[in-house]
Ligand binder design. Structure first.
Ligand code: SF4
Length: 237
């Protein structure tokens, strides 16, 4: 059974208000509102709350070690991030893992939306494991979530990708072209990972995901699927 004090504070019934030491010391939140009820309040509950408040004040939420929200597969997939972005700088063909993943995730997104983001993404796992514990959890700027900003990021990403791919395939031999193309992906992965780390530390660990070009494209592709389904349903009627 709970008691509501002036429609503001609710607590369980264990001790009578008139004998409650918290009330007398005016530390009970209900005391400030002149507890007129003959009902009693839960000392245990109030004490627990005050201990929690003190604890939170001593160690702000942002400094607590956070448990990463990752799937069993993502325990391993994060390795792909340093493998491509750092390993790819020396052995460029490692960068070719990225287009394979990109094609896979874009096809998958047609059927499952952002399944990749929540269950498989190596960068998502990397940010959860390594950046979450050190993130300051600042407020993510609204700009990051703005539609036009996301379109802008996809445009920049695709332009850089197209121009550098074109330059890579102007090489003499196919092996040389693949090597250069691998480096294109490795540097893209490195640059975007650095941005994701910086934003992850300042804002939320997954701040990058708010405008990640892959995430945006996944969303667009899934919307196409939904539109196709709606049209085919309308056609069937
Ligand atoms: S938004 Fe981008 S970085 Fe984030 S989980 Fe999805 S694909 Fe990975």
């Amino acid at each position: 059974m709970n008691t509501t004090f002036n429609n503001k504070i609710t607590c369980g019934i264990k001790t009578d208000c008139s004998v409650c030491p918290l009330n007398k010391k005016e530390t009970c939140p209900a005391a400030k509102q002149s507890c007129s009820t003959s009902e009693s309040c839960s000392l245990e509950q109030i004490e627990k709350k005050s201990v929690e408040t003190k604890k939170a004040a001593k160690f702000p939420k942002k400094f607590f070690m956070k448990k990463p929200h990752i799937t069993k597969i993502q325990i391993y997939t994060w390795i792909i991030v340093p493998l491509i972005s750092l390993g790819g700088l020396w052995y460029h063909k490692l960068g070719l893992i990225m287009p394979v993943m990109m094609v896979f995730l874009l096809i998958l997104s047609y059927f499952r939306g952002r399944f990749w983001c929540g269950n498989l993404c190596p960068r998502g796992a990397f940010l959860e494991i390594f950046i979450k514990p050190i993130s300051f959890y600042g407020k993510i700027p609204n700009l990051f979530k703005a539609k036009y900003f996301r379109i802008f990021v996809v445009t920049v990403f695709m332009t850089v990708f197209t121009l550098r791919t074109k330059a890579a395939f102007s090489a003499w031999t196919m092996m040389e072209a693949l090597d250069k193309w691998g480096l294109v992906f490795a540097t893209l992965c490195l640059v975007t990972t650095i941005i994701a780390i910086v934003l992850g530390v300042i804002y939320s660990p997954r701040a990058w995901c708010s405008f990640c070009p892959m995430g945006t494209m996944e969303k667009w592709i899934y919307n196409i699927n939904k539109k196709v389904k709606t049209l085919s349903l309308k056609g069937a009627k």
